[in-house]
Design a protein around this ligand. Sequence first.
Ligand code: SF4
Ligand code: SF4
Ligand code: SF4
Length: 177
Amino acid sequence: MRYGMAIDTKKCVGCSDCVVACQLENHVPVGYARDWIVEVTEGTFPNLSLEIRSERCNHCDNTPCVRTCPTGASHIIEGGIVKVTHNECIGCGACIQSCPYDARYTHPEGYVDKCTFCDHRVKNGQDPACVSVCPTHCMYFGDLDDPNSEISKIVNRRKIKTLAPEAGTLPQIFYLV
Ligand code: SF4
Ligand code: SF4
Ligand code: SF4
């Protein structure tokens, strides 16, 4: 079992429904976010292209955030989901410094928080909140180890990229381009 996500940059319209759904589902405080929208413009006028994508923790296979955590609060659970045990976190910020994706934030209550792949929903057979509300169905979540899963099929069929591959963290979120 290896959970991952594929996000279709050709279908994302940047509506931020995924951001709002995450904030509501996971009680993310106002002014903070576990996911966010990035818009990248490339080229020069009139040959411009725009990529819109929803970003979050990449649930990397190689995790500097886990290695640098002095208390073990940052850890990996079944399926490769990277989590933080809030009451074991001392708020030192080592994980924030080591993440190349700026995927973590310090909660006003002093602990570090980030995307959990909505593991509380996934264990009940539901999709993550962000995936379930996307009006263009541009996100796919599932088991990358299962060759018959929808995510495996689409990752194998389409051209993909990961963010900042040079960081060597082996992200498990794949952008369909
Ligand atoms: Fe850790 Fe950052 Fe990778 Fe998430 S994106 S697993 S916080 S290194
Ligand atoms: Fe670990 Fe918390 Fe420090 Fe991050 S801020 S490295 S989760 S103790
Ligand atoms: Fe938020 Fe869950 Fe989506 Fe992660 S998987 S960005 S925690 S809604």
